[in-house]
Design a protein around this ligand. Structure first.
Ligand SMILES: *Cc1c(COP(=O)(O)O)cnc(C)c1O
Length: 423
């Protein structure tokens, strides 16, 4: 398989389209997604787990563009949501509620009510207090709530940044292992709660299958204890976090992961739910940005682009690494170590620091790779900047999946002191 966004004849391509042509048509900065890459990642994941009854609940927070959601739905995906906004997006993108699981430590009663009324598959519950609140909402509207408890397995998985480690005891996520059983027993006595499964999510951008095996062993032990007490589950949800290759390393081997997980789950007769986000969309996106200026300042060279932390916050927020290359490399141009920075008024506004790059000239386009996940979804309007457009390429077909924001979009919903409302 050719890698995504290959350089062919000195030009960067997305599917059967020249990236430079896309910018001519849609402007810069521009998020470009390759639907073929998303589909391959989805199928690779799905095929790996073919040996057990499973649901791939795509983690919507990684990329919630409506076109991408609807394409994933067409491939058979369910979804993992964390807010009423994501519920709304999924329902409008055509996901049946029965394929949605709802995660998150801070669900509001309003969110619980909306998800219950929609008829989702399960709430992944993160505390005893939440479980109680959910029972009360269920009683009020007269619909029993399907639940799984999210276990904090107290496993420190090796992820690139502490903000993406969620499976150890000192994070806000999940219910401590030693409290889980008593909560299940309590829930089993509540007529408005229906126990459906058990859930764990250990972190993000994990490249090794082993921590999943540990987490699985913990939750299957708990499931066996519950079964012995007459509390039966339908599913085990192993969460997401499957890593991709940001610096040219291999993505998580989902085949190796499946070899560890499938036999154990198949033996229990439970359905397996997985919540991949980044693995499905991460490598399928680039951010194309134009070089505005090249500025030499003391010993440093800054390549100033029309994108920064407002378009892609991962470098400044998590020290995320993204490969950057010219869209149309210049033959024989010199390479230099530079900082690639944005126009935002913050020193933390950079896309790359101390990076060896072929020296671009004003007006050149750069491609920032592996931004399909946690890219556009974290874009902001800071500095009153308009969010970029998103296009989806499928072979030679191109669709504008989200138009560039306009200046009017920036004011919508605000009011002046005299009461004038911008619509
Ligand atoms: C963020 C998250 C995911 C997806 O993580 P990826 O690293 O994108 O696979 C899945 N499940 C839960 C509960 C999450 O919070």
């Amino acid at each position: 398989m050719t890698p995504p966004f290959p350089l062919i004849d000195g030009e960067l391509w997305a599917g059967d389209c020249r990236v430079a042509d896309l910018v001519t048509e849609f402007g810069s900065p521009l998020y470009v997604y390759d639907a073929g890459v998303i589909e391959s990642a989805y199928r690779r994941f799905d095929d790996a787990f073919a040996g057990v009854d499973h649901l791939l609940a795509y983690s919507v927070k990684a990329n919630s563009n409506m076109e991408i959601l609807s394409r994933l739905r067409a491939l058979g995906a369910g979804a993992d949501i964390v807010s009423r906004g994501e519920l709304h997006r999924c329902l409008r993108a055509g996901f049946p509620a029965k394929d949605l699981v709802f995660a998150g430590v801070g669900k509001t009663e309003e969110e619980m009510e909306e998800a219950l009324e929609a008829g989702i598959l399960a709430f992944n519950v993160e505390s005893g207090e939440e479980l109680e609140a959910l029972g009360q909402v269920a009683k009020r509207i007269g619909t029993p709530a399907p639940v799984a408890l999210r276990v904090n397995p107290d496993i420190v998985a090796d992820t690139p940044h502490e903000y993406t480690r969620t499976g150890h005891g000192a994070t806000k996520f999940g219910i401590p292992v030693d409290r889980v059983l008593e909560l299940y027993r309590w829930a089993a006595d509540q007529p408005m709660l229906e126990i459906r499964g058990i859930d764990v999510h250990i972190g993000s951008q994990i490249l090794e299958p082993t921590p999943y095996q540990w987490a699985l062993d913990r939750v299957l032990d708990l499931a066996a204890t519950l079964h012995a007490e007459g509390i039966d589950l339908d599913f085990v949800d192993l969460g997401g976090g499957f890593g991709v290759g940001y610096e040219g390393e291999e993505a998580m081997s989902v085949e190796e992961l499946a070899a560890l997980v499938v036999p154990k789950v198949a033996e229990t007769g439970l359905r397996l739910i997985l919540e991949p986000g980044r693995f499905i969309v991460g490598e399928a996106g680039i951010l194309v940005t134009e070089v505005l200026y090249v500025k030499r300042s003391g010993s440093k060279t800054f390549v100033i682009t029309d994108s920064g932390m407002t378009e892609l916050i991962r470098p400044s927020h998590y020290q995320g690494f993204h490969r950057i290359e010219p869209v149309s490399p210049r033959e024989g141009a010199a390479h230099e170590v530079v900082d690639v920075v944005g126009p935002i008024c913050e020193t933390g506004d950079f896309l790359a620091r101390d990076r060896m790059l072929q020296m671009p000239e004003q007006g050149d386009l750069l491609a920032v790779h592996t931004v399909g996940a946690y890219g556009f979804v974290m874009a902001s309007n800071y500095n009153a900047r308009t969010k970029p457009a998103e296009v989806v390429v499928d072979g030679a077909d191109v669709t504008l999946a989200r138009r560039r924001e306009t200046l009017d979009d920036l004011l919508r919903g605000e009011a002046l002191a005299d009461g004038t409302i911008f619509s």
